[in-house]
Design a protein around this ligand. Structure first.
Ligand SMILES: Cc1cc2nc3c(=O)[nH]c(=O)nc-3n(C[C@H](O)[C@H](O)[C@H](O)COP(=O)(O)OP(=O)(O)OC[C@H]3O[C@@H](n4cnc5c(N)ncnc54)[C@H](O)[C@@H]3O)c2cc1C
Length: 180
């Protein structure tokens, strides 16, 4: 797009932007989505969020920023692999006092019932606040299950509260209590 002519700085990941997704070199330019160098993963829901940030800032002045704390992602393989929030390594790096529940769930009834050979969860929990920091799931149902962890992280739910939830049975979510 001949960005140089418009004095729009860029880097490997895309247009260099500030927290308002405004070009750092040309205040008249904003960038969102795959074309912007942000912390956001190149995924459709992140693009939607960033485009709303840009629209708000264009119309009302710089006031809105993106929140990259919760970015659920799924590898649509067989079985599926999903993740949201922090990895164990980044939680430790950030100084959290964590408990890691790493469980091979392939022997659980939910997976036996559907003859699923590979199923595993890894949940990272902040011991001090009793909140989920990250979840990493492997199973055919990993795409559906990750939504519950995304909600828990977004709204900072305590695992004690999550354990009070009643989920339809037999669904993978009904195992949530045992995972926590
Ligand atoms: C194969 C594949 C599978 C994916 N699967 C998923 C998925 O399952 N879930 C998910 O969340 N994300 C998925 N993604 C990522 C997702 O599609 C992108 O993150 C998202 O489309 C990015 O949106 P965007 O608006 O930033 O860019 P784009 O959707 O790429 O839109 C950019 C538009 O700009 C146009 N354009 C480019 N150059 C110019 C120019 N010079 N002038 C005018 N127009 C131009 C392009 O033609 C395009 O239409 C997938 C991506 C790929 C490639």
């Amino acid at each position: 797009m001949d960005l140089e002519k418009g004095n729009v700085d860029r880097e490997k990941e895309g247009v260099s932007v500030n927290e308002y997704l405004q070009s750092i070199s040309n205040a008249r330019v904003y960038a969102a989505g795959d074309a912007a160098a942000t912390k956001g993963l190149p995924l459709t829901p992140i693009v939607s969020m960033e485009s709303q940030v840009v629209a708000t800032n264009l119309l009302n002045g710089d006031q809105r920023t993106s929140n990259y704390e919760v970015m659920p992602s799924v590898v649509f393989s067989l079985p599926k692999l999903s993740a949201v929030g922090l990895s164990e390594e980044s939680a430790r790096d950030q100084g959290y006092n964590i408990r890691v529940n790493k469980i091979d769930t392939s022997e659980w009834y939910t997976y036996k019932r559907t003859n699923e050979r590979y199923a595993m969860v890894k949940i990272i929990i902040d011991e001090d606040k009793d909140q989920v920091l990250g979840a990493h799931l492997l199973s055919r149902e990993a795409d559906g299950l990750i939504k519950h962890f995304a909600t828990a992280i977004q709204f900072k739910l305590k695992t004690e509260d999550l354990k009070q939830m009643i989920y339809a049975y037999p669904t993978v979510a009904s195992d949530l209590c045992s995972m926590l």
